[in-house]
Design a protein around this ligand. Sequence first.
Ligand code: NAP
Length: 250
Amino acid sequence: MIQQYGLIGRKLSHSFSAHYFNKKFQSEKINATYSLFEKENLTGIKEWIQNTPSLRGLNVTIPYKTQIINITDALSLEAVEIGAVNTLKIHKDGKIVGYNTDAYGFEVTLIHGREGQKEIPKGSALVLGTGGASKAVCYVLDQYHIPYRCVSRTPTHEEILDYESLLTIDIPDFSIIINTTPVGMYPEITQAPSFPYSRLNATHRLIDLIYNPEETQFMKEGIIRGAYVQNGLKMLYLQAEKAWEIWQSK
Ligand code: NAP
């Protein structure tokens, strides 16, 4: 039977994953297909997965990385600690196991120094957004003992900053600024998260998880002030490769 893989999310018209996996299946002569499954909500999703025996694995994207946990039968330790899942492995007996491969992709990005060398960054981080990808980012920052504060439009507890407070905090105290929001993603490419960019300088590092466009407005604001900037492209490839490794493992 031809194996089926795919991506679940709400809006998937510009998916990297379908292109990446179908190209891989073709070039490596793997008898499988990768499809896009746009879902308005997750109602009935577990039954759909279990009634599709050819389905071996799914990637999960906006806005379901947290919600999808409810339909899993087991989680990897990392997924439990992160509280978000971006990869589902579907076993032959219908058991659904959740993993998080975003963390691995982000980790490699984080330790990629300005000159291409491996380097554990020093200083504190500001994480813009509190969704699924933000959870994976915070998990990795914890692993590297990098102190951080998250920023949200609607902070749910006092540790989380709102965007207005960025106008008054000491930005030089935060040397790494990470955009985990979709603001600036294609087609809204002229947008950037609300941030006091004029206070950035060459000591800052800006990481945007967005990969389309490859140079976001958020990154441009850093580039003109001499900051070290990175996009989400490396993370994107690595999280996909890791998902494939999981789907293939016994
Ligand atoms: P998500 O779960 O929907 O979370 C996004 C978060 O961003 C939300 O929780 C929200 O936080 C904030 N946000 C959403 N809309 C916003 C707006 N209009 N203005 C300001 N903040 C907003 O999505 P996700 O899965 O974490 O993905 C987020 C982004 O990361 C996407 O662009 C995605 O493509 C990218 N990503 C890239 C990779 C990669 O491999 N490069 C992997 C994962 C994700 P608050 O409600 O707290 O403000």
